[in-house]
Ligand binder design. Structure first.
Ligand code: PGA
Length: 244
């Protein structure tokens, strides 16, 4: 794992978008798995811009959604589905066959997990993952205590996730469970980027990068990734005390 520091959120997002665009250029049938949320928002916008301006062929790109709030309809503006639809699928006019997301409205969510696990296996694994980090160190809905070897699963949400998660919604939401791609898939991804910006992420970044590798702090798994990169802006990286 390597830490890469950027002066601000824009430069950090621009780097991530360039990395993804470059990867698609080199491998038009790239499988990309991304998190939704505030952190990757600008990366999505810049990625759309780069793919179009640089005339990169993304017609064979395959996209996987990292997670979803259980029971939330895709039309809800706080859903991961809505985020990708408006930020990527719509602007890029991706064909529905090019993306695979959890159906969080399904009666049988365990079956949804199995479907995603099988899908990942069938397509030969994930080439590139872009994730964020939660205020409890989660990645996707891999909450504290999630085994590092977990496949896709339904997670009971941690109190921090329930509270912080309210920021995505206009009304108070009852958030109890999430469905997520597991940490095993992150570790197996050929390349993994974890992004964080802002002073509020400084503590969790320090713990992820310099703390113990432990399942009680999921993002510490990045230390085990041989092609893993932690992208931070100046504020998010400001508590790091070693040279990485
Ligand atoms: P954020 O979410 O990008 O909205 O801060 C990060 C996360 O909880 O994984």
């Amino acid at each position: 794992m390597q830490v890469l520091s950027f002066s601000d959120y824009h430069n950090l997002s621009d780097f991530a978008a360039s990395q993804i665009a470059f990867a698609i250029k080199n491998n038009p049938s790239l499988t990309l798995c991304m998190a939704s949320g505030h952190t990757p928002s600008l990366t999505c916008d810049l990625l759309v811009k780069k793919l179009k301006e640089e005339n990169i062929d993304y017609s064979s790109l395959h996209f996987l959604g990292l997670d979803e709030w259980a029971g939330l309809p895709p039309a809800n503006e706080g859903s991961c589905h809505y985020f990708f639809q408006t930020k990527l699928f719509g602007p890029l006019q991706l064909d529905a066959s090019q993306y695979f997301l959890f159906d969080a409205m399904a009666d049988d969510l365990v079956n949804e997990c199995n479907k995603m696990d099988e899908h990942i296996k069938k397509i030969g694994g994930i080439d590139m993952m872009l994730v964020g980090i939660g205020m409890n160190g989660h990645i996707g809905f891999n909450e504290p205590g999630t085994p590092f070897n977990s496949f896709c699963h339904v997670a009971r949400l941690d109190e921090t996730t329930k509270t912080v998660g309210q920021k995505y919604f206009t009304e108070k939401m009852e958030l109890t469970k999430g469905i997520t791609i597991g940490l095993r898939h992150l570790l197996a991804a050929k390349k993994a980027l974890l992004q964080a910006n802002g002073i509020k992420k400084a503590t969790v970044i320090q713990q992820a990068v310099e703390g113990l590798v432990t399942e009680t702090f999921p993002a510490s798994i990045m230390q085990q990734h041989t092609n893993g990169f932690i992208l931070v802006d100046e504020e998010a990286g400001s508590f790091l005390n070693k040279t990485h």
